[in-house]
Design a protein around this ligand. Structure first.
Ligand code: SF4
Length: 452
């Protein structure tokens, strides 16, 4: 369905916003930017919540039980926000064996988990056959577990490492993804999205693919019938217009996926998840924080353009000042993503870095999903505080916000609606041992949540 666009109207007009919330009108990027800056936080949240309720109803909010498996930390890229990667040959470089991966999945299924999110560094030592054998092994031993794996930057490196047949990049991606899909890959996570604007990308994602390439990989996945997610990592050197541009690109490419492939059973972006940059242990985190009183306008805002055309030459200090995101900036960003991304079903609350109570508020700022309940997380937690909690605590947080918690699968179909006395959180008699807490390690009984 083509949504109406009213580019000349003031987007703060309540009747216009009601139409956006109802899903009959599309925001332009400049209207999105104006709403981000001009609407009071609570009001922006209320409109995002209305839009969320129009799609997901009044009652149920979801989570998924899965495990993040980072199969290798060897990586050819040098993202400045990453504390996880290692060079090939480093003392603490690793690649998990099939047995170690099998053990992790067995632990996952023992607690009712249904999905693995498998991502790694870009390791030039692993051939295509290694990935095909791994996927085959997982499918054979764990046929009921959904394999959500290999973000676009990994797929791009697969193309570089494996030299597949094809004359265009798109054909090569098609060949690689077809092989992986035949071996057992079912959907693609949105890792490596960061910020699409090239000026930002060049500064923070050294060796990582550009936006067009990232989006093309996902378009091929959609053509092959695989669903994907999209992500955004903000709150570093980016300007607010970069975030809006990023969301608008995801929306455009979702339109293309639906137009090109929907009738033939193609895939699509099922979810959008955004989270603030975590600075600890990262090169980017050592950049000086922006001081509004002495530094003037934030360089990222000067460079950021809604059409993505910003260039680093537009401000001499671009990339040399950080503007970290707090809770209100995070909630504002998530709320505007719900209003702009009118063709994306799920908006995920990312409390892994912000903490569970901000996650609860996120459910009232446009998010319908508390994301992945995971048994371990290595990439984000290497760069700062992450939180872990049990399924009981997660259900409790959703219920405490006024919703019924429900476990979902990768397609967002509901597996268990916890509306009876047998619900995980309603079984708990002593809550003193079950508070959410900063993650210490990869506990078997506690689960931590992360993104994508
Ligand atoms: S974020 Fe991913 S691609 Fe970038 S350096 Fe770290 S492991 Fe490599």
């Amino acid at each position: 369905m083509t949504l109406e666009i009213r580019p000349t109207i003031d987007p703060r007009d309540p009747s216009f916003l009601q139409d956006v919330a109802d899903g009959s009108v599309r925001l332009t990027p400049s209207q999105g930017l104006q709403l981000f800056h001009d609407l009071p936080l609570a009001e922006l949240g209320r409109w995002a919540d209305k839009r969320c309720r129009a799609i997901h109803g009044e009652h149920i909010r979801t989570y998924v039980m899965d495990r993040n498996i980072n199969y290798t930390n060897v990586c050819t890229a040098k993202c400045t926000f990453c504390a996880f990667r290692r060079d090939l040959g480093a003392d603490d470089a690793y690649t998990l064996s099939f047995e170690q991966i099998d053990e992790k999945i067995t632990e996952l299924t023992a607690i009712g988990g249904t999905q693995i999110l498998m991502q790694g560094g870009m390791n030039p030592e692993l051939p295509l056959e290694w990935y095909e054998s791994l996927l085959g092994d997982i499918r054979k031993k764990h046929p009921g577990v959904h394999v959500h794996a290999f973000s676009p930057p990994e797929v791009v490196e697969f193309v570089n490492f494996f030299d597949p047949p094809g004359t265009t990049f798109r054909e090569k991606v098609h060949w690689v993804l077809s092989r992986l899909q035949a071996a057992g890959l079912q959907s693609i996570p949105g890792g490596g999205g960061e910020i699409f604007a090239q000026a930002v990308r060049e500064k923070i994602g050294l060796g990582k693919c550009c936006a067009e390439t990232w989006l093309t990989v996902m378009h091929v996945a959609h053509e092959l019938g695989m669903n994907t997610s999209a992500t955004m990592m903000f709150g570093h050197i980016d300007g607010v217009a970069d975030r809006i541009h990023h969301m608008a690109l995801v929306r455009d490419w979702q339109d293309r996926a639906l137009r090109d492939f929907e009738q033939d059973g193609g895939g699509r972006y099922m979810a959008f998840i955004s989270w603030p940059f975590q600075r600890e242990n990262t090169p980017l985190g050592r950049v000086r924080e922006w001081a509004p009183d002495t530094d003037g306008e934030f360089p990222g805002d000067v460079v950021a353009q809604l059409d993505g055309s910003g260039e680093k030459s537009m401000h001499s200090e671009f990339g040399r000042r950080l503007r970290l995101s707090g809770a209100s900036d995070y909630l504002r960003t998530q709320a505007i993503s719900r209003l702009i991304l009118d063709n994306i079903y799920s908006i995920g609350a990312s409390w892994v870095t912000m903490g569970p109570h901000v996650g609860q508020i996120a459910l009232q700022f446009g998010a319908n999903d508390m994301g992945s309940v995971m048994m371990e997380e290595n990439v984000v937690s290497a760069a700062g505080t992450t939180y872990c909690m049990s399924e009981q605590v997660l259900c409790h947080l959703i219920r405490d916000t006024g919703f019924t918690p429900a476990q979902r699968d990768n397609s967002y179909d509901l597996l268990a609606v916890h509306d009876t006395a047998a619900s995980p959180d309603l079984q708990v008699e002593d809550w003193s041992m079950l508070r959410a807490s900063p993650a210490q390690d990869s506990s078997d009984t506690l689960v931590s949540l992360t993104q994508s």
